[in-house]
Every structure is written in C-alpha cells, then in structure tokens.
Design a protein around this ligand. Structure first.
Ligand code: PSU
Ligand code: MN
Length: 308
C-alpha cells in the first residue's frame, strides 16, 4: 500500500488508518535525527522512539520532507535517508515547509515544523527531547526559536524535557506566558532543564497521569488556539552530573560566541560542542529522555482518544 494525501501531506497507510478510526497517533520530529544526534545513534533513537509510542498503544508518525513530499509516517528507508550524515538535509521550521516542498528538497522538521504538519493531518500529540527557546543573548540578537510562536497558534500537546540550559530558561518561560502556552509539569512541579531534572523554576500547574493531562488539554482547546508544553523531566538515573553539566554549558556558550555562529546553525552547534565537552554523556542523556517522552506522549494520546 502506498501513502495517501491529506491536504498537502503524504500520510502512511498505517497512520491514515489510525486517524480515520480515531485511534491514538503521536507525531515525532526529525531535526533531532538529522541535526541533533550523531550517526549511527540518531537512527537507533528514532526507531526506539517509534517503539516506545507503540508500546504505549499508539501509532508513531515520524514527520519529515523527502524529495519535496511532506510525509507523516516516514518509511524506514526515508527515515534512514534523512539520518544519513552524507546527505544534504535542510532544517525546516514551519515557515520553511512550503519552500522545501516546492523545491523538491529533503528536510528534517523542528518542533515548529512537526506540529504544523501534525495539526494539518489531525494529530494532537507530539514528542521531542527539548523545545527550542530564547537564546541567552536574545536581547541583542533577537534569537528566539520559532517553536514558541508556532506552539502558540497550533493546538498540539508537545511532550518535552523543558529546554536546554544553554538557553535563557527564565526568558523562555516568560515568552511562553506572554504567548499563552500552558507549561504543565508531568509528575513534577519544577521546570526541567533537559539534561537535569530541575532548571531552577517552579511550575504553576502539574498533572499526575496521562488521563489528567488529556482531560485538561481537551478542556483547554475550547478556550485557546494554543498547544501545550507537557514538561517531563529525564529519569533521575539518566541525569547528567551537575558539575559536568555546568562546565559544558559555559564552554559551549563560549565556543558559540567565538565562532560567531548564527541563525538555524546555533542549536546544532551548541549540541555538538556540548556532546564533545561531556565525552558523549550528554548524548546518552538525550537518548534516554527523548525515548521516555515518546512513551508519555503515547500514553497521553491513548487517553485523549479514549475521551472522544
Ligand atoms: N533540542 C534538542 N535537540 C534538538 C532540538 C532541540 O535537544 O535537536 C531541535 C528541535 O527540533 C527544535 C529545534 O525544534 O532544535 C530548535 O531549533 P531553533 O533553535 O533553530 O529553532
Ligand atoms: Mn534561532
């Protein structure tokens, strides 16, 4: 069976059947695969995320662009192509999707790009590692991820372990407040700092179960066009050592300043230098948290489907 078209999106047979039947589906991003994690681990993590969604009882829809086709539910071959470091794969936020499609490009979607596609085909839940956010020098560079504004206008629940401490976490939380995006702790009342369980900020709202998250998100949609950030901290056993973490943050920021990297290259550059500084420990933490987020997203999608 081949993909079917929903609007401008090619939907895999499995995802199309699940959506038609109202069964739970979870969108997964591909920027983490193409630009966030080193090969060959990147493809393994993508497969582990899909398996975690399935184990929770939902259908994974990994999203990306292949030769100009915007796909929800990438095949293993297409996913492998996007994971291939030898290939030119564009990094696509929501604003880039149409251009990449028209040009016939290969592209990996960020959180913003992924939720734009997910919403277009009727997927309400997404999992990732970390949301993009406000960079520390944003007061002069205006570098704020389009993930924030896109989440403000796209009703998709995103499960993430907060944002990386390389960013300005406090400013990111303030922007999410201004933009009207709820930030809800999953079994925590502290905002997670990606590699660490607590970034040093309290959360106003928390939920204890997937069912509670699903009920509140469903209720939220009656009053707001925005999505949700469901903040799920990394498991305690997978946390990065605090000292190693703080030293790596300082070094990564210093390197970024010295090399003068800008635009969409900033986040991948920071991630790569972080991995180098922690001797790969940050990559192991990243892997554990993104797979755990895929499982929680699967559970929330199952609970959401049970409501309707
Ligand atoms: N956080 C990670 N790994 C990643 C990203 C974020 O730990 O790979 C990716 C996500 O796809 C996110 C994007 O949407 O980086 C944000 O990039 P930018 O800051 O350029 O918007
Ligand atoms: Mn940016």
């Amino acid at each position: 069976m081949s993909d079917s078209w929903r609007g401008d999106v090619a939907v895999s047979p499995e995802v199309a059947a699940a959506l038609a039947a109202g069964r739970p589906v979870v969108a997964l991003e591909t920027t983490i695969v193409a630009h966030g994690l080193p090969a060959p681990l990147n493809l393994e993590v993508a497969a582990d995320c899909e398996a975690a969604v399935r184990a929770a009882g939902a259908v994974p829809a990994t999203i990306g662009v292949r030769e100009g086709r915007v796909v929800a539910g990438l095949s293993a071959a297409d996913l492998a192509a996007l994971a291939d470091p030898g290939r030119e794969v564009a990094k696509l936020s929501a604003r880039d999707l149409g251009l990449a499609a028209a040009r016939g490009l290969d592209g990996a979607t960020t959180v913003a790009g992924t939720i734009a596609v997910a919403h277009r085909v009727g997927i309400a839940v997404m999992a990732t590692g970390g949301l993009g956010g406000v960079h520390r020098d944003a007061a002069t560079t205006f570098d704020e991820s389009a993930d924030l504004a896109t989440l403000a206008r796209t009703p998709v629940l995103v499960v993430a372990s907060g944002v990386k401490s390389i960013l300005d976490v406090g400013a990111t939380l303030e922007r999410l407040d201004s933009l009207g995006v709820p930030v809800v702790g999953y079994q925590t009342d502290r905002f997670p700092g990606f590699y660490r369980r607590d970034a040093g900020f309290a959360l106003e709202w928390a939920v204890a179960t997937p069912e509670e998250a699903a009920r509140a998100f469903a209720a939220h949609r009656a009053f707001s066009p925005s999505g949700w950030l469901l903040a799920h901290p990394v498991a305690a056993a997978s946390e990065l050592d605090a000292e190693l973490h703080d030293a790596a943050v300082a070094a990564a920021l210093d390197e970024a300043r010295r090399t003068g990297v800008t635009g969409k290259a900033v986040t991948p550059a920071l991630l790569a230098s972080f991995a180098e500084r922690t001797g790969g420990a940050s990559v192991a933490t990243n892997r554990d948290l993104v797979v755990a987020n895929a499982r929680v997203a699967g559970e929330v999608a199952v609970a959401l489907a049970a409501l309707s």
